[in-house]
Ligand binder design. Structure first.
Ligand code: SF4
Ligand code: SF3
Length: 552
């Protein structure tokens, strides 16, 4: 196995990456190898999707399948070898379907079909041991390749994986786009060609950032069309007496189905992790049994799910070993998520979850509520913009910090809590992603009615934060980089990588990322990114804060 896609990858002086029998996330070498093969097969599908498009042959099912199956290989999503192998077989079927259509179209026009990369040819074996024997061809660090080139290829591949995840989140809400799909296939196919052209790879990384900007806009449209615009909302973070279901991950459509199907059944529904922002959407306010948010970010789930007295649904990332907390019989996976032995739900019927929740004891009593405020996505931010601008002009607000991204296990991540606590009282903190749990239950007060902590939403709601920054830039008639705004991104998985690429592709400079630099970025690449974009890794709160506030 070789996997270096997330922040907790194994780092050694000889090189970074999980490459032994198991990754730090618990992913077995066999699972990692099958995921590599799946990506390889998907690149073959994309290569023929590009070719077929030359003849106007477009298949929407295939267009949506590729990003969805790619999403299954994102960190902490799918650990179930059988399901991953099924995706790989499906990819082979789709590839061969497109290939046949392409060859037939060529014949019809009397032209010679062109060869695509090797991914267009591989035939998967029929048993798991034989499939595993095929895996070396698909290893991401295959062949002799300069470490900077490998780093650039992985930056692109992992970035595109993050964009693929957001494409799938959008598709669930009926949002797809043929042009986005065409560009996605083109990049996916290109990455299968094992390019050694550093300039082309670097340009591709920026192209992926731009593509993802459009994907996030599409997802934003899907969410706001389906559920309305988030509005500032008080949310209880303590337990409420009664039977209970906990819904985690990013897919609010599943939350809606669960709420509809639990209505009147005496079951309380709680959000978890990245599902918290759902509570701010008008569409969810009509469900009195959606009672609040329980727990914190993904890395604490073994403890939190272990003590949650109800059923748990993982709609997307991040899942970790449910056997540790002994709740594997009452956690359920959806969509691309998988864990061996855990019940996976296809379709729209959640009765198995509901029955499980009714069997379990539920919470015995109400805890004293602890309320937090959420819901500052695009519309709410724009509504607050005039007051914010006035307060900037009269000097009451001196600076904005965007402190957001993913949460994680490492002790060094206390940096983000310390930073949020340390920023001056005349500054505003915007946050998004599950990294917010490092400080979202703390009290920050307000500046002339503007809350000092503005929770923008999920990681993909970086789109809303970008809209605010663009609006402020216009109001203050300045460059984006001249706004009194500092971005400090906590990264863990590939969605954070692609959000970073989006920001870089929009020309945002001087972003800090932490708690460490991605393991796939070589020193050379990190230096280039610092020179071109001022991108740097977080150091200590005091020095970073001084630098961000330009204090000598
Ligand atoms: Fe290692 Fe992260 Fe890959 Fe898991 S996802 S194998 S921890 S790099
Ligand atoms: Fe968190 Fe997994 Fe990334 Fe959507 S839920 S931010 S880590």
């Amino acid at each position: 196995m070789f996997c270096v896609q997330c922040e907790q990858t194994i780092r050694t002086p000889a090189g970074n990456g999980c490459s032994y029998s198991q990754g730090m996330c618990g992913k077995l070498a066999s699972t990692s190898d099958i995921q590599d093969l799946l990506i390889y097969m998907l690149q073959g599908v994309s290569a023929y999707a590009v070719k077929a498009r030359e003849f106007g042959i477009v298949d929407n099912n295939i267009d949506t399948f590729v990003p969805k199956a790619f999403f299954a290989t994102l960190t902490n999503v799918n650990f179930d070898d059988e399901r991953l192998i099924d995706y790989a077989y499906q990819a082979q079927t789709y590839r061969d379907q497109l290939k046949a259509a392409y060859i037939a179209a060529c014949k019809g026009k009397g032209v010679e079909p062109e060869m695509v990369s090797a991914q267009g040819e591989l035939l998967l074996a029929t048993s798991k041991p034989e499939i595993l024997a095929q895996a070396p061809v698909a290893l991401l660090n295959r062949g002799e390749v300069h470490e900077d080139i490998l780093g650039l290829r992985l930056l692109c591949l992992y970035g595109l994986k993050g964009a693929a995840a957001y494409m799938e989140h959008a598709r669930v809400l009926d949002q797809t786009d043929v042009d986005i799909a065409a560009e996605f296939h083109q990049i996916m196919a290109f990455l299968g060609e094992d390019s050694v052209d550093a300039d082309k790879l670097f340009a591709t990384a920026m192209q992926i950032g731009q593509l993802n900007y459009r994907v996030m806009a599409m997802l934003d449209l899907g969410e706001t069309t389906a559920f309305g615009h988030p509005e500032p909302t008080q949310v209880n973070t303590k337990s409420v007496k009664g039977k209970a279901i906990l819904v985690s991950g990013h897919d609010m459509k599943d939350l809606e189905l669960i709420l509809e199907q639990t209505a009147g059944k005496g079951i309380n529904v709680f959000t978890h992790g990245e599902m918290l922002p759902a509570l701010a959407y008008p569409a969810f306010k009509k469900y009195p049994h959606l009672v609040g948010n329980y727990g914190s970010a993904w890395q604490n789930q073994q403890k939190e799910f272990g003590t949650f007295p109800g059923a748990v649904v993982m709609t997307s990332n991040c899942i970790i070993d449910p056997n540790v907390g002994e709740y594997s019989d009452r956690i359920f996976t959806r969509s691309i998520v998988g864990w061996p032995g855990v019940t996976h739900i296809e379709g729209e019927d959640f009765s198995v979850v509901i029955n499980k929740a009714l069997e379990l004891e539920g919470f015995a009593y109400d805890e004293i509520p602890h309320m937090i405020t959420i819901g500052f996505a695009r519309n709410a931010l724009m509504a607050a913009a005039p007051t914010v601008v006035e307060n900037v002009k009269n000097g009451s607000i001196k600076h904005f910090f965007l402190i957001g991204g993913c949460d994680g296990d490492k002790a060094e991540r206390s940096y983000f809590t310390d930073l949020a606590k340390s920023v001056p009282d005349d500054t505003i903190i915007l946050t998004l992603g599950c990294g917010k749990y490092k400080f979202n239950k703390l009290e920050f007060g307000d500046i002339n009615g503007v809350p000092r902590l503005l929770d923008v939403g999920q990681c993909n709601d970086a789109y809303s934060a970008i809209q605010l920054a663009l609006a402020l830039k216009d109001i203050f008639e300045c460059d984006l980089n001249d706004l009194p705004l500092s971005l400090v991104l906590s990264w863990f998985e590939q969605k954070a990588i692609v959000v970073l690429l989006t920001l870089l592709s929009l020309g945002v400079k001087n972003i800090r990322t932490g708690p460490s630099a991605p393991g796939f970025l070589t020193e050379n690449l990190a230096n280039i990114l610092e020179q071109q974009f001022g991108l740097r890794t977080t150091t200590d709160v005091e020095s970073d804060l001084k630098a961000m506030l330009n204090v000598a």
